[in-house]
Design a protein around this ligand. Structure first.
Ligand code: ADP
Ligand code: MG
Length: 396
């Protein structure tokens, strides 16, 4: 358990400078923020600090500028959105390492917010360079990490700096992510059903193995199901498979036995196009020239029945090529079943960029217990690994 912002409730914070690592790694299109979800997700932490009279200095990366200043990766568009969201002007520090920065940080007013330019404009960020971390630490009195989506990387702004500024605590978003992805899953209410889909087995095999001892069922969909079919000796036609991961699938089936539930039927087509001719076939009857693009209707029903009876549900990865209808039907059926499970009192957790997008497209994001904001970080946690950005924070 890690120390959180809440633990500072009764401390005198008035006038202190808080260095807050946030995840403002948002999509930028034509110089504008295309989706502000991540900016809004950090607002509770920022508001709490402002209410207590802190001076708030925000740090974030954006994209991969590879240690060099590049206009395309500037946080200026983020600053504009943040001002609108906060309803007050903020400062933008373009040169956070300039010699006058420590005194500038002290001249911020109580409750004032400053955004520092992209952490990855400095090559020391990804190298976890203590010199860079020290320069940021000089600007503040304590550290808050609210960047769950970046916590799986040991970078200067997520790891090194947490050792230099004390206290170093988890913000509200980070706290909530850990509460769901770590604490609730350490002792899950049963039945516990995991749904794993998406393109590749290789990226999620650790998650499958880490969940196996805990779950009642792991429901497998997406392209990775086809690699499992190969492990069963079935023909997968022209489907997307990972031929070099068949062993991984075989070993998971050996370890999981009947807890690994594969689709019994699938939707196949000869080309991937919107509303193209398609058919549902048994997994034993996939035609040579066809590809699997979704789970079939029998599987949708079977998966949905298991999900709505569960008390804990974790979902990561779409069931098919949900970007191209009608191959979104399986993913949508699962999204509705997860929402229904929530209504039935289950704790439901959805992670993974594409799964979250599918959930949002079906208008169901409000009907699950927790939507994770960090794809990579949530996969690492589910896979049983610890996150360097979390480990570096103070223990509770
Ligand atoms: P997440 O982001 O939720 O973790 P992934 O990135 O692992 O999910 O996988 C999502 C991608 O998998 C989507 O782009 C989807 O089109 C693709 N996918 C799912 N099922 C299939 C399939 N049967 N064939 C090809 N691609 C698939
Ligand atoms: Mg993805």
């Amino acid at each position: 358990m890690k120390r959180t912002l809440r633990s500072l409730e009764n401390q005198p914070l008035e006038g202190l400078r808080a260095l807050v690592r946030v995840d403002f790694n948002v999509p930028i299109k034509e110089g504008r923020v295309a989706d502000a979800t991540r900016i809004r997700a950090a607002l509770p932490t920022i508001a709490w600090l402002r209410d207590r009279g802190c001076r708030v200095l925000l740090l974030s990366h954006l994209g991969r500028p590879n240690g060099k200043r590049a206009a395309d990766f500037s946080l200026v568009p983020v600053a504009q959105v943040l001002e609108k969201e906060l309803g007050v002007p903020i400062q933008f520090f373009e040169e956070p390492l300039a010699p006058d920065m420590p005194s500038k940080s002290k001249r911020l007013r109580r409750g004032e917010v400053a955004l520092l330019e992209n952490t990855r404009f400095h090559s020391g960020e990804t190298a976890n360079d203590p010199k860079l971390a020290r320069a940021w630490a000089e600007l503040a009195d304590f550290y808050v990490n609210d960047a769950f989506g970046a916590a799986h990387r040991a970078h200067a702004s997520t790891e090194a700096v947490a050792h230099m500024l004390k206290p170093a605590v988890a913000g509200f978003l980070m706290e909530r992510e850990l509460e769901y992805l770590e604490e609730k899953l350490a002792n899950p209410s049963k039945p516990f059903v995991a749904i794993i889909g998406g393109a590749k087995i290789s990226g999620k095999i650790d998650v499958i193995h880490a969940l196996l001892p805990q779950v009642d069922d792991i429901l497998i969909g997406g392209a990775m199901a086809s690699t499992f079919f190969l492990a069963l000796g079935l023909n997968t036609g022209a489907s997307l498979v990972e031929a070099d991961s068949i062993d991984l699938a075989t070993r998971a089936l050996e370890a999981g036995g009947t807890r690994i539930v594969l689709p019994t039927d699938v939707v196949v087509a000869n080309e991937l196009a919107t509303n193209t001719a398609n058919q549902s076939v048994s997994r034993e009857a996939i035609p040579n020239e066809a590809s699997v693009y979704d789970i079939g209707p029998e599987t949708r029903n079977d998966f949905a029945q298991r999900i709505v009876r569960a008390k804990t549900v974790v979902w990561n990865g779409p069931m098919g090529v949900f970007e191209v209808p009608p191959f979104d039907a399986g993913t949508n059926a699962i999204a509705h079943a997860v929402a229904e499970a929530t209504d039935n009192g289950a704790t439901t957790i959805v992670g993974g960029g594409d799964s979250v997008a599918a959930l949002a497209a079906a208008n169901l994001a409000e009907r699950v217990s927790h939507v994770s904001t960090g794809g990579g970080a949530s996969l690492e946690l589910l896979g049983g690994k610890s996150l360097p950005g979390v480990v570096a924070l103070d223990d509770a």
